[in-house]
Ligand binder design. Structure first.
Ligand code: TK8
Length: 335
């Protein structure tokens, strides 16, 4: 009898090995809003995140991704999270500066010079510091994913120096730092939600937009643009945001599964996007778009020209925030 009991106990434990003992998971349908399309590497990240969630929750935590702005633009979706009517969004930080001004730090022109710098800042204590500000605004940032270094595309001419932007109608995100950066270069900058960009380019309501190669590829902007200039004028992250109001109703197991699996998804997404970057560039060129890079001297000139933007926005971002990121970067650059 005693042996039988022991055997039964052993079998029960063995069977439950897939789901940790006593873990508490409920059926959850998590809607994830995206402005970009399903073939963007965020799609690979969401898939990897789902696999991880399946393993942890025995299939109870389900992500349902919506693409191409089907659930509304970044800002609209984020507000839906804050009021607790939608679970999640993958959004650029830039349209959210009205909610958390400190996020504007990522919009400062030419702040980061490499992926390594961006990763170290996002994944380290600085990223955590901003996450606390997001939480205070009703948003749980599960992880920083990659949107990437932004490049300029247009229908007019190659941009090899900032003066080439004179009078160009450039769509910028709904963000004053981007607005000022491009106005300062002489462009006619127009804030617009991402979902309107393709048709605005197609109808020539605007001449130009700026996004990473992978977005220029997957959102098909290259079909309606003739020139791409590798300006790398900003690295903007994606935030994988969760509604705090909803997150707070989840069990601790569900919460930690989401946080851990968002990091698994992040690593896959970053790997895929960095591989795709070069392929997207090739695809853009093959489509007949003329691509140019900037000289190191021109980067230096543009950074110099942009110092007024740093000065103008430092206080509203938070002087402590700007100083903090700059000192982290200065330390990294010494090594
Ligand atoms: C996708 C956006 C987008 C961003 C932009 O929803 O608006 O230009 O870079 O890719 O977050």
């Amino acid at each position: 009898m005693r042996n039988l009991l022991l055997t039964t106990t052993a079998i029960v434990f063995a069977c439950s090995a897939a789901v940790p003992a006593f873990a508490e998971y409920n059926d959850r349908n998590i809607r994830v809003s995206n402005g970009i399309n399903a073939d963007h590497p965020v799609g690979n990240g969401v898939e990897a995140m789902q696999k991880c969630l399946d393993e942890k929750s025995g299939g109870k935590l389900k992500l349902t991704a919506f693409w191409g702005g089907a659930l509304g633009g970044d800002l609209q979706a984020t507000q839906a999270l804050r009021s607790g009517v939608q679970e999640a969004v993958v959004t650029s930080s830039s349209p959210l500066v009205g909610i958390v001004p400190a996020l504007g730090v990522f919009d400062l022109p030419f702040l980061f010079t490499s992926n390594e710098e961006a990763d170290a800042v996002m994944d380290g204590e600085f990223g955590q510091f901003l996450n606390e500000k997001l939480e205070a605004a009703g948003l749980v940032n599960l992880a920083y994913w990659e949107n990437g270094f932004r490049n300029l595309s247009n229908s007019k001419k190659p941009v090899t120096k900032w003066e080439d932007l004179e009078g160009m109608k450039v769509r910028v995100m709904q963000n004053d730092i981007f607005l000022d950066t491009f106005q300062n270069f002489g462009a006619n900058a127009t804030p617009m939600a991402f979902g309107e960009v393709f048709s605005a380019l197609e109808t020539k309501a605007i001449d130009a937009q700026e996004n990473p190669y992978v977005t220029i590829d997957t959102s098909k902007f290259y079909e309606v643009q003739n020139y791409v200039s590798e300006t790398k004028h900003a690295y903007t992250p994606f935030l994988f945001l969760f509604s705090k109001a909803i997150f707070d109703t989840y069990t601790p197991d569900e919460q930690s599964a989401l946080r851990e699996c968002a990091v698994v998804g992040r690593d896959v997404e970053r790997k895929v996007i960095r591989e795709l970057n070069q392929k997207s560039l090739e695809k853009i060129k093959t489509a007949g778009v003329e691509v140019n890079t900037l000289s190191p001297e021109e980067y230096a000139r543009m950074l110099e020209k942009s110092q007024v933007v740093y000065e103008k926005h430092k206080d509203e971002i938070g002087a402590d925030v700007v100083d903090r990121v700059q000192s982290i970067l200065a330390d990294m650059r010494k090594k």
